[in-house]
Design a protein around this ligand. Structure first.
Ligand code: ADE
Length: 358
């Protein structure tokens, strides 16, 4: 049977990760959310830090959103962290902190879709439900030799039914994770290593000789490139940071951003409209960041503001505060520049004080 063979293979070959070996549904949830858009190796390190900082659903619920975003900093797809925070608050408020095991209750929580609900229910509660991530879709479409486009909801439903039909009655979480490991290590996209596969004898695509062509996936939409001016605006020992309200990077802190308008002149006009008088110190570099749907081609500027005037949605922050706030990876190059500008000012200031004492 497929289930026996894949579980025996898993017992010998399973990958070792920090998030494996627990059946605490909170821990499984944290890891599965991280794993949605992040490589397993990267997610493992973040998982450990996250669990140290927020070891229980209650600890997460009572944290501030900024503290959660700070621990998530660098992982990307920050709505995952905001949704987890909201879900933790719901679990504490409405269920006394008890994590639900029921698929429908899980799916009612923010940020938990069919895949994540199935992963939590199977791994933490041994519920018999296939967790159809990219790996399972690939493995199951090859095993069942399904050549229908996965853009069709009916094809996805049929594949789910097939996966359920080969799932064992117990060790359901192990079965899902075994299929994920097979998909990640052997039954990979494009170049499956069928010679090593424990299921080659069960596989319709292997028999037909077309495993590398499956599954048929919808073509991905390429991200759209936009020019963005990133302005480090300093005044004395502080820099101006804006908290994003937009869907992309909501809640995170960024320098002044001008999308589409990238010359220093464009930036000065826009800042003047916000009531900020600035002098250009210089163009200090370029950077690029690729999001799923966007590419930011960034030009970095340094401006000096005449005064620390209040700007709606923004704060003047010190070097230490800049380091403590959650900033997205897209701001990494600019943050490095800002830290060195503010760091140099601190040193100058220290040197002046020392000179005064001499
Ligand atoms: N990808 C998503 N969840 C996973 C898990 N539990 N094990 C391995 N890869 C995964």
């Amino acid at each position: 049977m497929i289930a026996d063979r894949i579980l025996a293979w898993y017992d010998q070959n399973k990958r070792i990760f920090p998030f494996r070996g627990t059946r605490d549904p909170y821990a499984v949830w944290v890891s599965e959310i991280m794993l949605q858009q992040t490589r397993t190796e990267t997610a493992g390190a973040y998982y450990q830090r996250f669990m140290e900082r927020f070891p229980t659903v209650g600890a997460l619920a009572f944290a501030t959103e900024q503290a959660v975003l700070k621990v998530w900093e660098g992982l990307g797809y920050y709505s995952r962290a905001r949704n987890m925070h909201r879900a933790a608050q719901l679990i504490v408020r409405e269920r006394g902190g008890e994590f639900p095991g029921d698929i429908a209750l899980l799916q009612a929580l923010p940020g938990i879709g069919a895949y994540t609900a199935a992963a939590i229910a199977s791994i933490a509660f041994d519920t018999r439900v296939p967790a159809m991530d990219g790996n399972l879709i690939r493995v199951m479409s090859r095993l069942s030799h399904t050549a229908d486009s996965m853009a069709l909801p009916s094809a996805k439903r049929a594949l789910y039914r097939y996966a359920l039909s080969v799932m064992p009655l117990d060790r359901c979480g192990d079965f899902n994770q075994a299929m994920m490991d097979l998909g990640a290590c052997i039954c990979v996209p494009g170049t499956p290593d069928c010679a090593l596969c424990p299921l080659a004898g069960d596989c319709g695509a292997f028999a037909a000789g077309d495993a590398e062509a499956l599954p048929l996936l919808p073509r991905a939409v390429p991200p759209r490139a936009v020019d963005v001016a990133v302005s480090i605006i300093t005044c004395e020992d502080k820099v101006l940071l804006y908290q994003r309200r937009e869907k992309l990077l909501c809640g995170l802190w960024v320098f002044a951003l001008g999308e589409g308008a990238c010359t220093a002149g464009d930036v000065i006009s826009s800042l003047t409209r916000q009531g900020l008088a600035v002098n250009l110190i210089g163009h200090i570099g370029s950077a690029r960041h690729v999001f799923t749907h966007r590419i930011w081609n960034m030009e970095l500027y340094h401006f000096a503001a005449a005064a620390m005037v209040g700007v709606s949605g923004a704060e003047w922050v010190t070097l230490a505060e800049l380091d403590a706030l959650p900033l997205p990876i897209a701001m990494r190059a600019a943050k490095k520049k800002a830290l060195s500008i503010l760091g140099a000012r601190k040193l100058d200031h220290g040197a002046n004080i020392n000179t005064g004492k001499d």
